[in-house]
Design a protein around this ligand. Structure first.
Ligand code: URA
Length: 259
C-alpha cells in the first residue's frame, strides 16, 4: 500500500486536511496590509495577502539572468528555493550531454529514475530516447538534454503552470548559454512551453518553427514524448519521421554532428 501511495505521489504525511503550500508564505515575507472592511466584526483585523512559497517569477528571472556560465546557473538553481517542486524532489536534475552541442533536446520533467540519478532521461523513456538518437547517428556526446522543470513533480504529475513559470527563466538562460542551432522538444508540455502555444502535440509535431528561447533565436521542432511512445508503440512511426526531419536539418545546416 505504501508503494502504491508513493507511486501516486503521496510521499509525505502531512495531516488530514490538504494544505495549499503555494498559498503559504515564509514568516519573513509576511507583510501585513491595511485591514479591509469585510464586515463590521472583522474590520480591525490585519489581512495577509497570499503569496507563493517564495515564488516570484521576476526574482527567478533576475537570478537566472545573472548566471554567466552553465556551472553558475546550476549552482544558482540548486540554491533556489522559489519553486515548491524542490521540496519533494531528491535532487536537482539539471542536464546531461554535451554543453557545446549544437542540438538541444528539451523534455518535460524528471521522473523517478532521473530524480535518483540526478540526470535527465535515464529511465525507460531515456533508454528509448537513446535508441531514437542512435537511429539518426546521435548520442549524448552530440546533444545537450534538459527539462522544462529540473525537479521531479510528485507522482510524475505534469508540472503546474506556476511551477513552469518559476523554472522557465532558468531554462531560458540555459538555452542562451548553450546556444544550440536546433532544438527538439519532447512531448506536449515541453512543446507548449517552448513554442508558447496552447495547441496540442499531435497538431504541432514534426513542424519546424523559428522560435526565440530567452533571447536565443533557434529553429525548433516538437516530437512525441518517448514515454508516450512506450505506451503507444504505433505512434513511433510519427516520431521516426520527426527524427528523420531532424537528421535532414542537421545535414542542411551543416552541423558538426552531421554524419
Ligand atoms: N521525461 C522527461 O520529460 N524528462 C526526463 O528527464 C525523464 C522523463
Amino acid at each position: 500500500m505504501l508503494d502504491w501511495y508513493r507511486a501516486a505521489g503521496v510521499d509525505t504525511a502531512v495531516g488530514e486536511e490538504p494544505v495549499d503550500r503555494f498559498a503559504q508564505r515564509p514568516p519573513a515575507r509576511v507583510t501585513p496590509v491595511p485591514a479591509v472592511a469585510v464586515s463590521p466584526g472583522f474590520a480591525e483585523r490585519p489581512v495577509e495577502a497570499p503569496v507563493l512559497l517564495g515564488g516570484d517569477p521576476s526574482e527567478a528571472r533576475s537570478l537566472a539572468a545573472s548566471a554567466q556560465s552553465l556551472d553558475e546557473l546550476q549552482t544558482l538553481l540548486g540554491a533556489y528555493d522559489g519553486c515548491g517542486l524542490k521540496l519533494r524532489a531528491t535532487q536537482l536534475v539539471f542536464a546531461d550531454g554535451n554543453p557545446e552541442a549544437e542540438i538541444m533536446l528539451i523534455g518535460e520533467a524528471p521522473g523517478a529514475e532521473e530524480d535518483r540519478q540526478g540526470k535527465p532521461f535515464v529511465g525507460k523513456s531515456g533508454q528509448l530516447l537513446d535508441r531514437m538518437l542512435a537511429a539518426i547517428g546521435l548520442d549524448r556526446t552530440k546533444v545537450y538534454i534538459a527539462n522544462t522543470v529540473p525537479w521531479r513533480p510528485p507522482g510524475n504529475r505534469t508540472p503546474t503552470p506556476e511551477e513552469m513559470a518559476l523554472c522557465l527563466p532558468f531554462l531560458h538562460r540555459q538555452v542562451e548559454l548553450v546556444a544550440p542551432k536546433v532544438v527538439m522538444t519532447l512531448g506536449g508540455p515541453a512543446m507548449q512551453t517552448v513554442f508558447s502555444t496552447t495547441n496540442g502535440i499531435i497538431k504541432m509535431r514534426g513542424k519546424w518553427s523559428d522560435v526565440t528561447i530567452g533571447n536565443h533565436p533557434v529553429q525548433a521542432i516538437p516530437t512525441l514524448h518517448p514515454a508516450y511512445l512506450l505506451r503507444n508503440p504505433p505512434a513511433k512511426e510519427q516520431a521516426w519521421r520527426d527524427m528523420l526531419s531532424l537528421k535532414l536539418k542537421i545535414a542542411e545546416l551543416g552541423l558538426a554532428s552531421a554524419e
